[in-house]
Design a protein around this ligand. Structure first.
Ligand SMILES: [Fe+2]
Ligand SMILES: [Fe+2]
Length: 363
């Protein structure tokens, strides 16, 4: 089982060339970034998104005549979110050695748990599923366990970026339908302000999750570009929504979601993959594939910590560096607000690996 920290391989690994960061140092910097981001995130979550699945919505006022297609979708959203304990426990175990990441996963889990309860309330208050039906459905769902889609931390981190964005998009499109904005004949004229508010509230959480994991991937991209680009390539090659193999009648759910104009392969390409790529400095899937292929064509010298130049042309490294710098400024501002800076401030350390023209001039 891969861990967030690499195993101690210092003995059989060539020494880090002078002037470059060792893997241990890179891991330390990434961990500090995660820890600072997690502290900032928690404070912000409590200040701005401290809603409650029962009290924050006027459940009695929910539309009792929603079309059956929408009930199928809401029920599917509930089914996926109710695996929150599985998602959380698996991910915590995977990153347990990282304070920033494992504690974050608990906070994240507490937010996903609210999503499950809010969607379950929506199923109940739609008036179209009995409490007995819901109890049996839950039993059926709980008889299965969600497992990690990938064995190691970096792939799961990358997967979560795409998954959170896709989930956010699903909920935003549900919100639009509930606001009466659907152009599909079978959903035209449907309105439900309660459902719209539920979908919007949860979508805001998903956006926050997306951002946290995105910041994490950027740090990995910055310090471990080749490994991270490979993980991104692998994840998009086999992306599917969580629990797709566990939820009964998934095909029917997926088809209903697609027909409602909520989510489908084109939405994934355009509104998930392309958006996440842009946020990670990657131009396109083609550019990513080609960059990785070129990297492999050039022989690595001595198995050292060097990376061939091809990897730096695969994506916009400067943009990623700018994002990682901005993340650190955000963390530093937060630490100053609390007083952490008096003891042990989080610092941004440049990765000197990229062959930069200014660096040559300095020598
Ligand atoms: Fe969620
Ligand atoms: Fe989420």
């Amino acid at each position: 089982m891969a861990d967030v920290m690499p195993p101690n391989m210092l003995n059989d690994r060539p020494r880090t060339p002078a002037g470059l960061l060792s893997n241990a140092e890179k891991d330390r910097l990434i961990e500090r970034g995660f820890l600072g981001l997690y502290r900032w995130y928690t404070a912000r979550s409590q200040e701005t998104r401290n809603w409650n699945p029962d009290r924050s919505f006027d459940w009695r006022a929910m539309n009792k005549d929603l079309p059956p297609e929408l009930i199928t979708v809401i029920q599917g959203f509930f089914a996926v979110e109710q695996y929150a304990p599985d998602f959380t426990s698996n991910l915590i175990h995977l990153v347990r050695r990282s304070h920033g990441r494992s504690h974050f996963q608990m906070r994240w889990g507490s937010e996903e748990e609210k999503h499950a309860d809010a969607w379950e309330n929506a199923v109940l208050f739609s008036g179209q599923r009995s409490p007995q039906w819901i109890a049996e459905y839950k039993d059926r769902l709980k008889s299965q366990t969600w497992e990690l889609p990938f064995p190691d931390a970096i792939h799961n981190l990358v997967y979560t970026v795409f998954q959170e964005r896709a989930t956010q998009l699903n909920y935003l499109n549900m919100m639009k339908i509930a606001q009466g904005k659907s152009d599909k004949p079978h959903l035209r004229g449907v309105t439900d302000p309660v459902l719209a508010k539920v979908a919007q509230t949860i979508a805001v959480d998903e956006a926050a999750h997306y951002n946290f994991f995105l910041e994490g991937v950027r740090m990995y991209l910055y310090y471990y570009p080749e490994r991270t680009l490979n993980a991104i390539r692998n994840v998009i090659g086999q992306f599917s929504m969580p629990a797709a193999t566990l939820v009964p009648n998934w095909e029917h759910f997926y088809e209903t979601v697609y027909r409602a104009g909520i989510y489908g392969p084109r939405d994934f390409q355009r509104d998930v993959m392309q958006v996440a790529f842009r946020n990670m400095g990657i131009e396109s899937r083609k550019a990513l594939e080609e960059g990785i292929r070129k990297t492999r064509e050039v022989p690595d010298f001595d198995g050292g910590n060097f990376k061939t130049t091809a990897i730096w042309d695969t994506f916009d490294y400067g943009a990623v560096e700018g994002d990682v710098r901005r993340l650190h400024v955000k963390i530093q501002d937060y630490e100053k607000e609390i007083g952490f800076d008096l003891y042990d401030p989080t610092e941004f350390i440049e990765n000197p690996e990229k062959p930069a023209s200014t660096q040559a001039a300095d020598d």
